[in-house]
Design a protein around this ligand. Sequence first.
Ligand code: SF4
Length: 345
Amino acid sequence: MSGSRQARSATAVRPEVALRAEAIRKIFRLRGSEGRRRAVQAVSEVSLELRRGSVLALVGESGCGKSTVARLLARLYPLTSGTLWLDGEKVAGRGGRARRKYASQVQIVLQDPFSSLNASHSIRHHLVRPLLLHRRGSHPGTLDEEAVRLLEEVNLAPGADFLRRYPHELSGGQRQRVSIARSLAVEPEVLLADEPVSMLDVSIRLEILRLLGRLVADRNLAMLYITHDIASARYFATETAVMYAGELVEQGPSEQVTQNPQHPYTQLLLASVPDPDRAAAGDTGRTAPGEPPDLAALPAGCRFHPRCPFAGKRCSTDAPPAVDVGDSHWARCWLFAPGGVTGEP
Ligand code: SF4
C-alpha cells in the first residue's frame, strides 16, 4: 500500500457511499438543421450511490444517456440541476483547485483505448504526468519506481519494459491496462468505467473485467461500470441499474435484476441476449419493437410505452413512479403501482 493510501485509511473513517448523485439532470441545448433550438434531455433526475468495494452496473442501449451520466459524475459536463456528494460532502466550486481535487478522487476510464492515449508520448509520460500533477509529494527519484508498480498492478510485467514503449507498440488490451494504471496513479476513490471492454477482442474482455474486480477489492474502490451488455453486469456488478431514454427504470441487486427482471424493458433487454441453450430449444430471442425515442421529443407518460407489450391506458399519459418490488429492488412501471396500467381501482 502506498504512503498516501496508508495515511488516508489511518486518519479517517470514510462513509460507505463514496459518491452519491441526487436527481441529476442534463439538458443539451442544440441548434437543429433549420436553425430551431432543440432541448435534448440526455439525463433526467438520475439518483445513484457508488459504495466502496462495490460495483454498480449502469445498463442500457446506445444513446440512452449512460455515458453522459459518467461524464456528469466525472464533472466533465456541468449539471443542469441536481447535486453530487463526495465522501458525504456536497460537491461545490468549479475553480481549478476544486476541480483538481475532485479529479484526483473520481477518475474515468474511457471506452476507446486507442484514442485515450497520446500516440506521441511514451507510456512513462502517461503515468508520470498524473503522478506529478496530483501527488505533489512524489519524489522525482521515485517516479519511475511508482510507474513500474502501477504497470505491474495491472498485469503489465515487467513494468520497466513497458515504460519505454509507445501506445502503437501495444495491443488494445495492453493499452486499456495502461489507461487503468494511469487512472490509479492519482489514487482515486471512485472509478467510472465507461464501456471499458466493448472495443476489445472477446478473448481479453474477461481478463480486463477480472482485473477491474480485483482493483475494486484490493483498493476498496467504488466503481460505476457502464455497459450495454446486461449479461456481464450479472457476472461483474453487485448492483445493476437499467437506463432507458435518459432515466433509470429498474435497479436492484444484479442477481435479482438479471434473473428476475420486473420492468418490461429489462425483460426485453435480457431476451435479446444470445443464449445457446435457448437457441437449441428453438427460441432465438426477442428485441423491443421500434426505436428508442428522440430525447428532444420524449413521449408523454411512460417513455417506454410506444414499445411496451404491456402498455395500458394510463401509460401514455402519466409518468410511472418507481415502485418497490422487494429485496432492495424497484421498477418504474404502472404494472406494480395501485390501479395497474389502467388506473382503475
Ligand atoms: Fe409498459 Fe406501462 Fe410499465 Fe411503461 S408503465 S413499462 S408502458 S406497462
